[in-house]
Design a protein around this ligand. Sequence first.
Ligand code: PMT
Length: 222
Amino acid sequence: YQEKTLAGQHWLLTAGPTREAIDPVRYISNHSSGKMGYAIARAAVNAGARVTLISGPVNLTPPQGCRVIQVNSALEMHQQAMALAPKASVFVACAAVADYRLADVATQKIKKTADDMVLKLVKNPDIVADVAALSQRPFTVGFAAETQDVEQYARGKLSRKKLDLIAANDVAREGQGFNSEDNALTVFSADSATEIALANKQQVASQLVTIINQAYQAKNSS
Ligand code: PMT
């Protein structure tokens, strides 16, 4: 028996990488496996929430009892998040969204003729910042994947993107972060910092869900 502490809540999550097409056979992406985001989805389902997971391309079995919306690009993820977020209670942005996409996607496979090649990139919309800016906004939680000055950059993203919480992920450390089994996080609000020690991503996810729910309940009762 597990207490259904999130009964009545709708959690919307993003997970995994995005793929930004270069031509019909190539893309730009990153090392996100989706494990962290899928673990959060599973933990939220176990705690009784209705969960919708907007997932980039990953090789994982979706958690049982959660609705999965598959996307490829940042623009597709953005579109789904903006459509669903106004009705969500909590939004958690765990996806490693590509910050840039190709200015022009080639319609045919690019041929290997030139000795060098320049790809022009344009900025993608910031999904978590756009969700946080909605007039009807869910409790909004971001991640910050950093290789240096973790707290400073994480706090910068917390305030710039107007988030309620941010989970800082030091991805320079061995054995945690992108595509690993384990993770460790520090969760910052404007006036607090909570450590989640290195553990399996599923254990980290359950602790994170508890921390998010406490902050969500505190905000709603104030
Ligand atoms: O998937 P795994 O292999 O399990 O790895 C987990 C993880 C390392 C990917 C995860 O723990 C993590 O840190 N996710 C955030 C990765 C990231 O892109 O961080 P960022 O610091 O670049 O982005 C900051 C925040 O803005 C994130 O919440 C991100 O989802 C969001 N963002 C970023 C760019 C963009 N265009 N839209 C966004 O919503």
